[in-house]
Design a protein around this ligand. Sequence first.
Ligand SMILES: Cc1cc2nc3c(=O)[nH]c(=O)nc-3n(C[C@H](O)[C@H](O)[C@H](O)COP(=O)(O)OP(=O)(O)OC[C@H]3O[C@@H](n4cnc5c(N)ncnc54)[C@H](O)[C@@H]3O)c2cc1C
Length: 647
Amino acid sequence: MMKQVDVLIVGSGAAGLNAALQLHYRGITDLLVLTDGLEHSTSINTGSDKQTYYKLALCGDALDAPAAMAASYTTGGAMHGDLALVEAAVSPRAFAHLVELGVPFPQDAFGQYVGYKTDHDPRQRATSIGPYTSRVMCERMVARVRSLGIPVREKCTVVELLTEPLVDGKRSACGAVFVNEHQQLEAILARDIVFAVGGPGDLYRDSVYPPMHRGGIGPALLVGAWARSLPESQFGLASTAFRWNVSGSYMQALPRVVSTARDGCCDVREFLLDWIPDTNELYSLLFLKGYQWPFDAARVPAGSSLLDLLIYHEQTVKQRRVFLDYRTNPNGLDVGSLAEEARLYLEKSGAVGETPLERLRQMNPAAVELYRTQGIDLAVEMLEVAVSAQHNNGGLAADRWWRSENIRHLYPVGEVNGSHGVKRPGGSALNAGQVGGFRIAEYIAHSRYAEPQQPITHIHQQAAWVMLTKLQSWLALPGVTDANTAMAEIRARMSDCSGILRHASQLQQAVDESCELLQSILQNGVVAGSIREQLYLRQAAATSLLYLDAVRFQAEAGVGSRGSYLMLADSGESLHPALPLSWRKTAENVHFRSQVLVSWLDEYQQPRHRWEACRPVPQPEHWFERDWADFRDGKVFGEDAGTVSFS
Ligand SMILES: Cc1cc2nc3c(=O)[nH]c(=O)nc-3n(C[C@H](O)[C@H](O)[C@H](O)COP(=O)(O)OP(=O)(O)OC[C@H]3O[C@@H](n4cnc5c(N)ncnc54)[C@H](O)[C@@H]3O)c2cc1C
């Protein structure tokens, strides 16, 4: 008899763990969390100078409301308004749950949760517990998962989703095939699948995602799940030996930015001065990078993102290595002559030390300690950095109850759910992952009472056996592709062609190469290696093909430069006379802010795309008694709930 479970949760980052808890709280207790590992997620391994959680403002006389917060989400464009409203409306509950679990978000003497402004945030909605907000969230949730006895199977990697066709042409998820802890293929059937596999961090050569996190959107793409906004990733400056964002105080301390020859020590130069000789201007921009961390197309050429671009140029064109040096001051630094914002901030923070390291210690001693615990002593060595992939705003397409838009019973949540558009407020990734868990659990709990339950039958078992056999046959192929070489190729292509600079002219070739690689893998298999590696490569190749083709499609549609990338074309704006001639920025076509790009792989694993109009932020007319009745009757779960106007 094949194993089966009511709800299967794939992934154990902040989003998967919370979904498991929320389901359990609502009486759905036949659960299983399948995961690469509790210690493998981005959530538990990452952070930043002040890792941010975004929620409705809850302090003082800050006037805030779900509709206002939803408006902040949608300003950058390409985000559906109903999803923005849900993420805003449910944010206080999600936040309160974390507080109750013991995540020590700071409150004042009156119980108010003090906030600060994060990027793309007009109010003070952000909060943080320091560098490790998401790690502590995970630790508290793991403790609760264990105390509730929710089963977790680690060292298990899902490689295929099991689906069955439906009469309306869509499909329904009914289980998964995974490589288990004994390196064997195993299948499990489930009524519902919560898919919480994180972002595609492993697909980039230059990445600040933790190395142990790989991301697993591939199995959903391979069964044709719709995705949206795939080209909208976020990039920023990060250290490479230990992957960490060098945002906030790491920049505000004003380190020396130098480049060296490939050996990392010869020919040390403060190369930024060649481009921006006015030291006050240069160091004011450097300071601003602290809270303007992600590369932002709107901040180039005028603005702090010019520094990311110059660093990228030094590395990719000049082939030199770039470091932050906290031991000595940058040449010509005069703190008293900096822009007022920078000068006042440093003074108020008591960051008046002689060297960048002293200032960093004065502002944020934990920031220095963090590197020391990783074996990097900023007092004696320089910190190598690169402009790195950090987050994908896009991902699988799901509705306001986090149901996949075309695969029934599949619920993408967390970073793999592409609810965000071109820009998102800092901290909203963590909020979205928590809110999603509430929505999924409420929907599934409702459906257990309201809908006839989809039985798990021998047909599903049969489908699982067929899939297992198919995968075994594929694994037995001799293969022509070496997994390590192919992964290095994929990562290089993704970083070079869909990073901060995207050359329309290079994209077709990148897509053709990706397509060839995927077809070869599907037809010929992969040269030996563990079955986990072989099957991982298969899904990584499919994923990178769809991502790159989405970037190509978007470039050809004329969307232009936006979010965290520049689309380059000969007809574009010159960024600096000394930069390569081909680095010319196309303007953003703002028409596309009201469109969302939907992408999927068809049955031949060929990329397909279409534009969909952004749904506006709903403005339902409320009347308590009527809304109460709709809630009692379960009408809030209906397709058109909230859209029918009251008259
Ligand atoms: C350096 C850095 C700083 C960040 N700072 C912020 C911030 O300040 N604020 C903010 O909101 N966001 C921030 N983010 C983004 C945020 O941390 C992530 O979006 C979020 O943690 C993702 O959570 P998740 O649960 O969706 O995925 P993850 O935490 O990545 O978890 C995914 C889980 O799925 C498992 N998995 C993956 N594939 C498979 C598979 N095929 N089979 C089984 N298991 C699988 C993994 O092992 C893991 O357990 C930052 C990200 C980075 C990299």
